[in-house]
Ligand binder design. Structure first.
Ligand code: AMP
Length: 212
């Protein structure tokens, strides 16, 4: 199955992507994670992306399209994939179509802005493997330590309150038009984000017609 997860930053795309990935055994491809890794390694792409990411802006389409072309060409994507956080602009969605990438379903996880702000300010991510946690909704077993790899959990720089507001503005202006883009193509599935991860997962699988 080739899936896209749409939704505002903090809607739970990353968490749901990890769950679908485990369940269906297909890779989750997150451009945000790829960019953060590039920043950590100080690559040319990472250096270029940093100022955009830190201010809450989108990284230019040409960079993202390059990343996704390279990633989807890898062997592990042959039997399906989950795109998490990409496409984020109509230009990126059109580029996927031009590449001939077939998409089965686009899941839009809808969450109100106020809830998003509350969630993102409690988000913690692993500085080593990128796994995502939340201080109340999805705490790690040990404080500030990743359950998966023992890495240190940190607050993402772009999860600071002023940056969150900017990211939401960018989302409404540049990414939300994709809801209509994919609805018009008959691919859209809307899932109302629930208070708990498990409830959102249940709805999501129901709408995808996959049994849990
Ligand atoms: P995320 O972890 O998906 O919220 O991404 C973090 C940041 O990386 C975003 O706020 C953007 O600055 C950048 N980014 C990630 N994916 C994309 C994309 N598809 N298009 C443009 N910028 C992106």
């Amino acid at each position: 199955m080739n899936l896209i997860l749409l939704g505002a930053p903090g809607a739970g795309k990353g968490t749901q992507a990890e769950i679908i990935c485990d369940k269906l055994n297909i890779p989750a491809v997150s451009t945000g994670n790829i960019l953060r890794e590039a920043m950590k390694n100080g690559t040319e792409m990472g250096v270029r992306a940093k100022s955009f990411i830190d201010s809450g802006a989108l990284v230019p389409d040409d960079v993202i399209i390059g990343i996704i072309k390279e990633r989807l060409a890898q062997d592990d994507c042959k039997n399906g994939f989950i795109l998490d956080g990409v496409p984020r602009t109509v230009a990126q969605a059109e580029a996927l179509e031009e590449m001939g990438v077939q998409i089965d379903k686009v899941v839009d996880i809808e969450v109100l802005d106020d809830v998003i702000i509350q969630r993102l300010s409690g988000r913690r991510v692993c500085s080593a493997c990128g796994a995502s946690y939340h201080t109340t909704a999805k705490p790690s077993a040990r404080p500030d330590t990743c359950d998966r790899c023992n890495g240190a959990l940190i607050v993402r720089k772009d999860d600071e309150p002023s940056t969150i507001r900017e990211r939401l503005k960018v989302y409404h202006e540049q990414t939300e038009p994709l809801v209509e883009f994919y609805r018009a193509r008959g691919k859209l599935v809307v899932v109302q984000g629930q208070e708990t991860v498990a409830d959102t997962t249940r709805l999501l699988f129901e709408k995808l017609g996959v049994s849990l």
